[in-house]
Design a protein around this ligand. Sequence first.
Ligand SMILES: Nc1ncnc2c1ncn2[C@@H]1O[C@H](COP(=O)(O)OP(=O)(O)OP(=O)(O)O)[C@@H](O)[C@H]1O
Ligand SMILES: [Mg+2]
Length: 437
Amino acid sequence: MTDQILLVEDDPSVRTTVVSFLELEGFEVDAVSNTRDALERLHKTKYPLVISDIYIDDRTGIDVLMAAKSHQVETPVILMSARGTMETVMAATKNGAFDYLAKPFELDTLLSAVRRALDTSHEDDEDTEVEDLPESELIGSSPKMVEIYKTLSRVAPTDASVLIEGETGTGKEMVARMVHQFSQRSSYPFVPVDCSSIPAALLESELFGAMRGAFTGADRDRIGVFEAANKGTVFLDEIGEIDLGFQVKLLRFLQQREIRPVGSPREKKVDVRVVAATNRNLQKMVEEGKFREDLWFRLNVVRLELPPLRERRIDIPLLVQFFLNKYNGRYNLDAKVTESGMKALKEFMWPGNVRQLQHLMERMVILVPNGRIDAEAVHDAIESAEAKDSGGETLAETEMEQIRRVLAATGGNKSRAAQVLGIERKTLYRKLERMKG
Ligand SMILES: Nc1ncnc2c1ncn2[C@@H]1O[C@H](COP(=O)(O)OP(=O)(O)OP(=O)(O)O)[C@@H](O)[C@H]1O
Ligand SMILES: [Mg+2]
């Protein structure tokens, strides 16, 4: 056993920075630049700590992690990457990584991870099997997103209730699906319920079910969502919208895990996990007396706060590329984003977050002349999206042209076309009528 920390990092500048910093803090470091040297070292020597980059050469930091663990299971391993994804974080967690740092990190963050790693005498880490991980489409490698992946990969396999907070379009529903996907429940149903779109009076029977004759119109027994999702996950979206009366019923359910269908004398046990989401500040609602504190506690066992896109702008190019490929593929086009286009996309405030970016990309891929998405195209698309649906009874030449192109791209599918154009379907019909006339 050596006293040295093993550092595996192919980027010489990061390597030098980390080595000199850790040495300044009084640690000794053995630094290597490739996985072959790393595996050889791990074969010969036991290290008190391994710090490794993930993307190195033909092998990765996950291989380094597995090698370290196979020689000495209690060796803590810290992984770092500039391209963190849910899959890499999940693989790291599953294989017993001690921590995961998103590059670029503050040296203080590294130092505290190192100190914590050297402090703990890792005992557990039972099974370290590797599986092929399902691919998610949750895009983002910013430190804020990697924090989300870390929490997600720890909490998903448990049965804990999760509360997801974030502005509209930040990916709450996607994350809820991942909680389910990465849990033991993944082969059972995932049932989303939009609490804001169901009238308060119907929410109870929707969730708990109703017996025949429980109310007018109930001509047969209706199974509720909690029962239908048995062994799976129920996603309560817009949880901030439920009224105080129903909050009590939901609280009772979360405490007892029993449902009583409306009109039924009996309770039934059900086994579901609850994931809730809101774009409102529940804590503030609790303070204002609009949301029960006890219910909030129950839901908020783990909280995931999704950052707005403007607070993780370094992810914008990744997202842009992802949506560009997606829509070029879907519509068989070859649009490109120019440098000025990318700059404009990076600078915008994105009040509608990823959803808004996604829609804008789809529209631009189809509509931008010559497929060149430059700054002007971005500004035009943002402006026209904002002006849409504001009545405008004159059909400008360009608008007709846009409608024609979108219809061509969607193969004449008017619902899709309306979506891409960002207008309501009936507005599109009206416009088509006018084009004919
Ligand atoms: N990180 C991400 N990577 C890729 N796509 C994303 C990401 N976040 C969101 N999206 C996309 O943006 C859209 C909106 O995401 P989602 O429905 O999960 O948002 P939300 O937070 O539930 O929004 P709302 O509060 O309006 O319901 C979806 O089409 C989703 O695919
Ligand atoms: Mg949503």
